[in-house]
Design a protein around this ligand. Structure first.
Ligand code: FUB
Length: 309
């Protein structure tokens, strides 16, 4: 059954719970997972889906953070970040990604810009700890709609993901309909050079995610709509990217699919969301799920077998 408290309360302090299969969180709706491994723990970041049953779009007013030493016992920490923490934004805690550099934690987020710029924008917050408190690191958006001209829509600048290569160079990837990327300066809060596009990803919709395994780069993304997850591989972070196929099928009754891939204690995990909690789950009341993912001998990835299949 749907949790009575879903979408209504924020944890005032740490809350401890045990995951019992998928979805892993059942006391509130969670979407667009991002994950970070730090100091022996997994930190899971998610948007809080708060849409009431009669509201047929995303209602997302805060991001959430959870941590676990074993992917089974979880702690929910107090709400670490809201769109209202960005003075130049007017709402919408859409998809985000967190990374660590030189002992600081940077959280790249999608929000709706205030009326001085059209549509969605990307901001970055910083903290000394993976659970916050996070604060706006710039005082202005990092990416705004007028910086990219690839599409006619004003929500093409969404879904940031950040990847730091072995040489310390950080890259921001993002996009809806078009996939964009740019280098970040060492300070992690300014672009370093031009915004480029990746034009050969079949049916790219949104939600890019980059990881590296045994010298290969993997770019996974939401494919078509309703969304599956597909992926491409490259020998260089600058491409060319070679399409490799579907990584995850449609995620239950959610139109969107949004992934993070992490290695933790000897296993590789595919973290995503589904329309999971019934009867009221769905595209606007999603839930984070976690399944293992495996590589083939040639380092391509096997399709995820969702617990629900
Ligand atoms: O959660 C709002 C939007 O839906 C995200 O930014 C997209 O990735 C999709 O999941």
């Amino acid at each position: 059954a749907a949790p009575a408290s879903a979408g209504t309360v924020s944890a005032p302090a740490d809350t401890v719970f045990k995951a019992n299969g998928n979805p892993i969180i059942t006391h509130k709706y969670t979407a667009d997972p991002a994950a970070l491994v730090h100091d022996g723990k997994v930190y899971l970041y998610a948007g809080h889906d708060e849409a009431p049953l009669d509201f047929h779009f995303y209602r997302m007013n805060e991001w959430l953070v959870f941590s676990s030493p074993d992917m089974e016992n979880w702690t929910e920490h107090p709400v670490p970040l809201k769109p209202s923490d960005f003075k130049w934004a007017k709402g919408d805690a859409w998809a985000a990604e967190v990374t660590e550099k030189d002992g600081k934690f940077y959280w790249y987020v999608t929000v709706t810009h205030d009326d001085t710029k059209p549509g969605k924008a990307i901001g970055v917050a910083v903290a000394e700890s993976p659970i916050g408190p996070f604060k706006d690191a710039r005082g202005s958006a990092l990416i705004t709609n007028d910086m990219t001209t690839g599409t006619s829509i004003d929500w093409d600048d969404i879904d940031p993901t950040v990847f730091i290569d072995d040489d310390g160079q950080a890259y921001l990837f993002w996009g809806n309909t078009k996939a964009y990327y740019a280098k970040l300066k060492d300070n992690m809060v300014e672009l370093d050079g031009p915004i480029k596009t990746i034009d050969n990803l079949p049916h790219f919709t949104e939600a890019p995610f980059v990881h590296k395994h045994k010298g290969n780069y993997y770019l996974s993304y939401a494919y078509q709509f309703p969304e599956k997850t597909a992926y491409a591989m490259s020998k260089s972070i600058e491409g060319p990217w070679e399409y490799k196929g579907i990584l995850n099928e449609l995620a239950g009754n959610s139109n969107t699919n949004h992934q993070a891939i992490i290695d933790f204690k000897g296993k590789t995990y595919f973290i995503y969301h589904t329309g999971g909690i019934q009867p009221n789950g769905g595209s606007f009341r999603r839930s984070v799920a976690i399944d293992e993912i495996f590589y083939n001998p040639d380092e391509t990835m096997k399709r995820v077998v969702m617990t629900t299949e």
